[in-house]
Design a protein around this ligand. Sequence first.
Ligand SMILES: [Zn+2]
Ligand SMILES: [Zn+2]
Length: 55
Amino acid sequence: MATVTQMKCACEPCLCIVDISKAIQKDGQYYCSEGCASGHGDNSKGCGHTGCNCH
Ligand SMILES: [Zn+2]
Ligand SMILES: [Zn+2]
């Protein structure tokens, strides 16, 4: 039985794959970082993960 434990970050331009057990969950979606979870508001930067240019 395969259980999904990883998902792509729900942040649209974000390429990160997040582990559901560690992801930041918001509105039923999973994000790789607080910045992504908050929709990259005012003072949020990209998630800072290597190779990810989201912001
Ligand atoms: Zn990311
Ligand atoms: Zn993001």
